[in-house]
Design a protein around this ligand. Structure first.
Ligand code: NAD
Length: 276
């Protein structure tokens, strides 16, 4: 199945569905990413803190897939915020990935109490100007963090990667992104497989379309215009999660899903999260 691309605000094309590798150990990452590439994924989402940039890079290198057909995202960890340290951290990530450039480089968390994300982002602007990241952006930025960034820097983030799933729909952030032509990328798009996929309303929609609950949830994201990066290390699920381009949710399905927004945040609150 062919994954459509979304055009970012700088003209770069990003696959709308990719493969996330959080919590995949480095020595299993090459295998998992290899399965994903075999299944047709071309976009991989990693981060320095995941500790699997090397395994990920190994899979990319041995795949034989042309570099310009791949879309690789990594993220700058909290302990590397600041202008000079961000430049160094980026060099380390590139070396571990074994790449000459990444497609997307993100600041992982805003850490508002530290007040370093503006300087950090200026380092990303330098990396972008040098062509070592085809696009730059942020993750876990709330609308007030974005406003501050937009006021003090010049490159509008291409992407904001935030927690988003049917039980945590992030209407306010999505509206802010739309105003600034920032693409919304959903992390934990399946709600981490905890509970969401057993929801009765999702089960009913899945039966109606002859698809799985995970496929219904991924389809919901795609029809909202989100980029999604589901994670699995199980080959059958890796294939299932990309097999979502042969059906469409109708208005009744979409309203039933809209009603599941319960404010059930699974991860930390970006306003207060601060971890070295
Ligand atoms: P997810 O929502 O993708 O859920 C993954 C889990 O759901 C799997 O471990 C498995 O238990 C289950 N699952 C997957 N496919 C399934 C299927 N077809 N049927 C049934 N169960 C299935 O959760 P995630 O890993 O937290 O998020 C995806 C990616 O988002 C991560 O790998 C990472 O790349 C990114 N992420 C980013 C941040 C951030 O702060 N920027 C935070 C968390 C995750």
């Amino acid at each position: 199945s062919k994954v459509p691309s979304i055009t970012l605000n700088n003209g770069i094309a990003m696959p709308q569905l990719g493969f996330g590798v959080w919590q995949v150990p480095d020595d299993e990452a090459a295998t998992a990413v290899g399965h994903a590439l075999d299944a047709g994924y071309r976009s991989i989402d990693t981060a320095a803190i995941y500790g699997n940039e090397e395994g990920t890079g190994k899979a990319l290198a041995t795949s034989g897939i042309a570099r310009d057909e791949l879309f690789v995202t990594t993220k700058l960890w909290n302990s590397d915020q600041g202008y000079d340290s961000a430049l160094r951290a980026f060099d380390t990530s590139l070396a571990k990935l074994g790449l000459e450039y990444v497609d997307l480089y993100l600041i992982h968390w805003p850490l508002p109490a530290r007040d370093t994300y503006v300087d950090t982002y200026k380092a990303l602007e330098k990396i972008y100007a040098d062509g070592r990241a085809k696009a730059i952006g942020v993750s876990n930025f709330q609308p007030d963090h974005l406003e501050r960034l937009l006021g003090e820097t010049s490159v509008v983030p291409a992407v904001n990667q935030i927690e988003l799933h049917p039980q945590f729909q992030q209407a306010e952030s999505r509206a802010a992104h739309a105003r600034h032509r920032i693409v919304t990328e959903a992390w934990s798009p399946l709600g981490q497989g905890r509970g969401l996929l057993e929801d009765a309303a999702i089960g009913t929609i899945a039966e109606k379309h002859g698809k799985s609950p995970a496929q219904v949830v991924l389809r919901w994201h795609l029809q909202l215009g989100n980029v999604v990066i589901p994670k699995s290390v199980t080959p059958s699920r890796i294939r299932e999660n990309i097999d979502v381009f042969d059906f469409a949710l109708d208005d009744a399905d979409l309203s039933a899903l809209a009603a599941l927004d319960s404010g059930n945040r699974l991860g930390p609150d970006p306003a207060t999260f601060d971890m070295a």
